[in-house]
Design a protein around this ligand. Sequence first.
Ligand SMILES: [Zn+2]
Length: 370
Amino acid sequence: MLAVVAAVAIAGASLVGAVPGASVVGAGDTPTYGDLSGQDLAGDIVGMAPTPSGNGYWLVASDGGVFAFGDAGFHGSTGDITLNKPIVGMAATPTGNGYWLVASDGGVFTFGDARFHGSAAADRKDPVVGMAVDPETGGYWIITSEGQMIGQGPVSSDPEPSPACRIDPVIAGAFSPAGAWLLTRPLVVPQPPPSATTSGIDGNSIAEQIRYAQACQTLDPPAVGSLLRPLSNSRVTSVYGTRLHPVWGVVQLHAGTDFARTGGSAGAPVVAADSGTVLAVDTRVAYGNMVVIDHGDQVATVYAHLSETSVEPGQEIRRGDLVGLVGSSGFATGPHVHFEVRLDGEPVDPLPYVGSAHAVEAPRRPVPVG
Ligand SMILES: [Zn+2]
């Protein structure tokens, strides 16, 4: 075993708002050459790269500070540069005499014998999470959270794009002779949050839930007039669009259409607008008792303020099947069904989809909304 001298070089950054350092733990028979245990740093450690000999490594912090251990040499850092976005990863050159740092906006910084082959500032919609070097050629890939690998300079293989429906974000990647490894972290689907003041919070979490469930679908909106009205013999009591909220008195998007029966609709059957799979049956502060149905093609419908629900998550459902009963649970001023159509999670005006035979009727008397 070589004698190890930890040559630690700290970038020129203040330690105001310091974060705890990081430990390096050897797996298998790999020795470690030191780490940053017990040290306060200005930025989190976000990546590491080994030297070609395997007898040392670098660690990099989000502010661009580089820390060299073992036979790794210090070749500079971004410590004196004001970064637009944090550093998210690094990779060493095949000689071990230099390294690249990459920022979340795709910016690439070179040190030592590292050559600049290009950044990933354009042609990319997702944040960059790291980079991987081709040891044969010295080119590199810039890796995004979607698993996109953007080759720069000479690279010996061209990894297949990851599936377009990837839902678990990629957090790092590494070269393999046959392509690459991508490290992913399970996406945590947000639970219904407490929303004491706005139905928008409920709506946003419903959107995330739908997008997660429909990530592998392709958007194909339903034909105009092809959906069933969720409450028969009903009229529209509030249309989709921006309005003054009847309960909270604030201007916000009314993300759906409200249907009620003249003379009262409490307890009336609410039916599925089309066939599909029940995605969620929840009780939320604003929406009350609600059902979400996944119709495929990134189309979903939402039924809210129900007095009770009659379906279970995962249940296959046919057009016209009962999903629950009209009520006024959640933020509602009276019994009605609040009906939403969502395309890739985003609400759209439901009325064109539920048929021109059901024209919007002007309310003839004060009617419950919400
Ligand atoms: Zn409504």
